[in-house]
Design a protein around this ligand. Structure first.
Ligand code: PMT
Length: 221
């Protein structure tokens, strides 16, 4: 049985991958299954926290005792996370958020035109939710945790991302078509804004989640 070291705390976790619609049929998306974020929600609840899970297209059963808010796009995810973060002690952004969305949404299915090349897809930037909540903490001492999904130069990219986003902790994990996404296991290094590095060996996503909560609980005091 887990120590109830998060009792009395409200934590917000985002999970899954955003989908940015092109038309009623198609979207731009990514390979996140939501498993890492759901593991974070389950372990936080087991440690006594009140948990709000903002879930983007995960298709997983609601974890017991967790408030689940379902969203589709990055803009919807931002709105739900900011609302829940208003009274949160910690926010963990495990969701894979699209950096860009199609500039236009076609209200009818986009048709192919005989003999013509397809129109290019024009993209516009999505809000950076992690950077925004890090810069503008809803309450003093709120702990903000990001994830970095990297395919190469994992640690160097992670350090740069930590500085750019301004969060307290950044969980750096390597991803690929068959790596981390959708799997039951993960391995990572948790970088701290204080220069700390906590390696987490290959193991269940719950184990990485518990290490994240250990580090968060330590910062909440
Ligand atoms: O869901 P699983 O299949 O279990 O896979 C888990 C995971 C690989 C999705 C997860 O462990 C992970 O790495 N999540 C973050 C994925 C991601 O979007 O990484 P990023 O390096 O592109 O973004 C960095 C951070 O900024 C993330 O915390 C992200 O939530 C946040 N972000 C990104 C873009 C944006 N517009 N707003 C954001 O807040």
């Amino acid at each position: 049985v887990a120590e109830p070291d998060l009792r009395g705390r409200h934590v917000v976790v985002s999970a899954g991958g955003t989908r940015e619609p092109l038309d009623p049929v198609r979207f731009l998306g990514n390979r996140s299954s939501g498993k890492q974020g759901y593991a974070l929600a389950r372990t936080a609840a087991a440690r006594g926290a009140r948990v709000t899970l903002v879930s983007a297209n995960a298709g997983l059963p609601d974890p017991a005792g967790v408030d689940v808010v379902r969203v589709g796009t990055a803009v919807q995810l931002r709105e739900a996370v900011l609302k829940a973060a208003a009274d949160a002690d910690a926010v963990v952004m495990a969701a894979a958020v699209a950096d860009f969305r199609p500039a236009a949404y076609a209200s009818g299915k986009i048709k192919k035109k005989d003999g013509q090349d397809p129109d290019p897809i024009v993209l516009v930037r999505n809000p950076d939710i992690l950077a925004e909540i890090s810069a503008d903490r809803a309450r003093p001492g709120q702990v903000v945790v990001g994830f970095a999904a990297e395919t190469d130069d994992v640690l160097a990219n992670g350090r740069a991302k930590l500085a750019r986003k301004g969060c307290d902790l950044l969980v750096v994990n390597e991803v690929g078509e068959r790596k981390t996404f959708g799997s039951e296991e993960n391995e990572a290094v948790v970088l701290g804004a204080d220069g700390s590095e906590t390696p987490v060996p290959h193991g269940p996503k719950e184990a990485l989640a518990d290490t994240v909560w250990d580090l968060v609980a330590g910062r909440l005091g």
